[in-house]
Design a protein around this ligand. Structure first.
Ligand code: PEP
Ligand code: MG
Length: 796
């Protein structure tokens, strides 16, 4: 049995590669990871003794292959090699290059019976000639395409036949690849929806083609194989309704402008840089996790390498030296250090290492964006376009111009992510969870999407374009009809009044909400004031913003939610440290109760803005009565302060609790004694009740508000509010889903708060609903056992 050793600067990377190689090698190789060092202060690096121990542990007469990544890995492996006994040395082979690809390919070949010599020579175990040629064309249905695992299975499959088999990606071009060589198969870059031509020659050509066709058509045996999308279309998740078509443009935030400045306090500047590097490293790790889940380990490897750059002491030290010696600002020092580092790499003879210079540039920008408080500038578009991105942060979505962004296509994310909620609020149609479907599509290619169905078309033909235009016209017509009656009060068919409010996150949106037909603001997400800047907004600035919105509202209600950051929204001036599970960590009211300075300032501004207006306070992420009591005590303290100062404010302002954590729903009867109203946030209630991250496309099916458990929690909260005689609003995205309306009305809800563009349609749907009929329907729905059966019942 062949031995295989992976030498890398990162222990985690080496172990990860071994895990992957172990899977494709199917027990035919012995594996040992030799990554990192024993020094807890300096865990990144390589250690010759570690490499030696690893070689010894997998020693085999059949031979040992040692794969090394860059720089000192080669040195350490060569040193270890030198320390081996002479007879052993003859059977150990050092292989330089991209460790992930090389190790996986070697394990796959060994799994198929190849020996060390064959692997080194890249030879196939057998060649079959003669016989007939056969061919088939098949479309790949599985979401992740031919990533490492299915590619290895394909290689093993074709090796069973007396035939020479090639596979060609007709969608992306690039010629035919030998299906018995993993490098060739991976290089096809085959994604969901791609058309593949399978060709075989030899005695068993027909059987080989049939077997490969079946393997590919079945989604390569992967569980997440999605049904084949419409012709020319890629399936994603429905995220923001609307149909749009235009040229594809990739989201690239504008580069951060850097000018050299002299700083007064170099030590503070050094700390600022260190914090930015740390945060950029967390972001890179998150990108790695995401890419690994969606595109496979190999493709995620790029982020692993980038993380290593961010951990590189030499790079950070060079920048810190510039700050201290030249009293330079962090941005300038960091750009200088990265520039030199990238230039050194680019000058190397080794193509692989030279190509890493681009990674350094990428990493440099990530840190600079952090230093600039998350502002990378706007993505400049030359014409109205469909924008594609891996994912976008809420502040990046905010920076989009709806006039120029016809639609959004995201590789990751899900309908409940804050950035997607924002896109909906801005009326931008969006499809998310597309994986790599658009990865290889050139910019400028005509792309269309139907955000209500979660479908994207790439280079649609004439017939498809006609169909898309028909859908767009129908969508616009439905919107027009709804808008015509948007200012009418919302009343059910049997005369029950329902109040429709709007969720907004900006001053300008207040007027837009009224224009859209809203009767007030159900949730003002105040994060807009805090995101994308280097320090928290002072009281006067907050007061001005809240007052401006209150002015627009006049006597209409304005519910101001206190800052809800943490989870998928972070601020450079709030040091929250690395959290393994940010959504379960320091978020919402937890964070504010730990940062009383921020809470006090915000409460004072809200109370002051409330003078003469119908302003109310809402606390997010309440999970216990104690928290609610502590938050209310802060309101009382802020009031007492304002009284002492003689500053006018609204006394006795109503204070509400968001019901978005299951514990709050379960203890809603107790919470109702300490809250003046409830606002049910189903976006978070779903993720916490179902333990399904709202930003993760993989678990989007679980994060479904139609899940019976979630509906029961909603019912529990509504009942508790009604019994206590306090108000209750539903402000999660479920409120804007017209299909769910009868169910929600049937549970007793009489107030909804939705994105402004959804107000008109919701009012129309209310006019079609009968409250009496809805009650019976809700009773029935809450007895059902799955989200699908609830949906089917509502559809009936
Ligand atoms: C919710 O969780 O449903 C909600 C309205 O709050 P947010 O989406 O801002 O977390
Ligand atoms: Mg929430």
């Amino acid at each position: 049995m062949i031995g295989l050793v992976v030498v890398s600067h990162s222990a985690q990377l080496a172990e990860g590669v071994c895990e992957l190689a172990g899977q494709v090698g199917q027990g035919a190789v012995r594996l040992a990871a030799a990554g990192g060092t024993d020094d807890p202060e300096q865990p990144i690096g390589t250690d010759a003794f570690r490499v030696l121990r690893a070689i010894e542990s997998v020693w085999s007469e059949d031979g040992v292959l040692v794969f090394m990544d860059l720089g000192s890995a080669v040195l350490s492996a060569e040193t270890a090699f030198g320390m081996l006994e002479d007879e052993r040395r003859a059977r150990v082979h050092l292989c330089e290059g991209p460790v992930v690809e090389l190790a996986v390919a070697a394990a796959s070949q060994a799994g198929a019976g190849a020996g060390v010599e064959e692997i080194l020579a890249g030879r196939r175990p057998e060649q079959a000639g003669g016989g007939e040629a056969h061919e088939a064309v098949v479309r790949l249905p599985n979401r992740l395409g031919l990533h490492a695992r299915p590619a290895a299975q394909l290689v093993r499959l074709v090796r069973r036949f007396q035939a020479r088999v090639t596979v060609e990606n007709l969608t992306r071009g690039g010629g035919a690849a030998d299906a018995a060589a993993i490098h060739g198969v991976l290089a096809l870059g085959a994604r969901q929806g791609d058309e593949m031509r399978v060709h075989a020659e030899g005695a068993e050509a027909r059987a080989a083609v049939e077997a490969v066709r079946e393997f590919l058509a079945s989604g390569c045996g992967e569980r997440d194989a999605a049904p084949a999308p419409e012709r020319g279309a890629a399936a994603g998740l429905a995220a923001s309704p609307g149909v749009a078509m235009g040229p594809l443009a990739r989201y690239r935030p504008a580069a951060v402008e850097v000018v050299e400045r002299t700083v007064d306090d170099p030590e503070a500047e050094a700390r600022r840089l260190e914090a930015a590097i740390r945060e950029a490293r967390e972001e890179t790790r998150a990108l790695f996790t995401w890419a690994e889940a969606h595109a496979g380990h190999e493709e995620a490897g790029i982020f692993d390498a980038q993380e290593l750059f961010l951990e590189d002491k030499e790079l950070a030290d060079a920048a810190l030296r510039t700050i201290r010696e030249r009293r330079a600002n962090a941005e300038f020092a960091w750009r200088e250090a990265c520039g030199e580092f990238a230039a050194r790499l680019a000058a190397l003879e080794d193509d692989y290492l030279a190509a890493r210079a681009a990674d350094v540039a990428d990493v440099a920008e990530r840190v600079l964006r952090r230093l600039a408080g998350g502002q990378g500038g706007r993505a400049a578009l030359r014409e109205p376009s469909i924008v594609a991105a891996r994912d976008l942060t809420p502040s990046e979505v905010r920076s989009l111009d709806p006039e120029m962004v016809l639609g959004l296509c995201l590789e990751g994310s899900s309908a409940g992510a804050h950035s997607v909620i924002l896109a909906r609020a801005m009326g931008i149609p969006a499809v998310v969870g597309l994986g790599g479907a658009l990865a290889a599509v050139p910019e400028g290619t005509l792309v269309a999407l139907d955000g209500g169905r979660g479908v994207t078309w790439i280079a649609p033909d004439r017939e498809e374009r006609r169909e898309i235009e028909r859908r767009r016209a129908a969508w616009l017509e439905a919107r027009r009809a709804a808008l015509a009656v948007r200012h009418r009060p919302a009343r059910t068919r049997d005369g029950v009044n329902i109040r429709v409010l709007a969720n907004i996150s900006g001053v300008a949106e207040a007027a837009e909400a009224l224009e859209a037909g809203a009767e007030g603001i159900g949730v003002l997400r105040t994060e807009f004031l805090f995101l994308g800047r280097a320090t928290a907004p002072p009281e006067e600035e907050q007061l001005a913003a809240y007052s401006a919105i209150a002015e627009v509202m006049g006597a209409r209600p304005l519910v101001v939610r206190t800052l809800d950051v943490g989870g998928d929204k972070s601020l450079p001036y709030i040091e929250s440290g690395a959290e393994a599970n940010p959504f379960l960590g320091w978020r919402g009211i937890r964070l504010l109760l730990g940062r009383r300075d921020l809470l006090r300032t915000q409460l004072r501004a809200i109370l002051r803005a409330g003078a003469g207006h119908a302003v109310e306070i809402l606390f997010p992420m309440i999970s216990s009565v104690e928290e609610m009591k502590a938050a209310r005590a802060e309101v009382a303290a802020a009031e007492a302060e304002l009284v002492r100062e003689g500053v006018p404010f609204q006394a006795g302002m109503k204070v509400g609790a968001m019901i978005e954590v299951p514990s709050a729903a379960v203890a809603a009867d107790q919470l109702a004694c300490h809250a003046d109203f409830f606002s049910i946030g189903t976006n978070d209630l779903v993720q916490y009740a179902m333990a399904a991250d709202r930003t993760n496309a993989r678990v989007a099916a679980l994060a479904d508000p139609y899940q019976p458990a979630v509906l029961r929690l909603v019912r529990q909260a509504v009942r508790a509010a009604r019994e206590a005689g306090i108000g209750v609003t539903l402000c999660g995205e479920l409120a804007g889903d017209c299909a769910a309306l009868p169910l929600l009305v049937g549970m007793g809800l009489r107030e909804f708060s939705v994105s402004p563009p959804l107000v008109a349609e919701l009012k129309q749907a209310i006019a079609r609903t009968s409250a009496a009929g809805a009650e019976a329907l809700a009773g029935e729905a809450l007895e059902l056992e799955s989200s699908q059966t609830v949906r089917r019942l509502l559809a009936r």
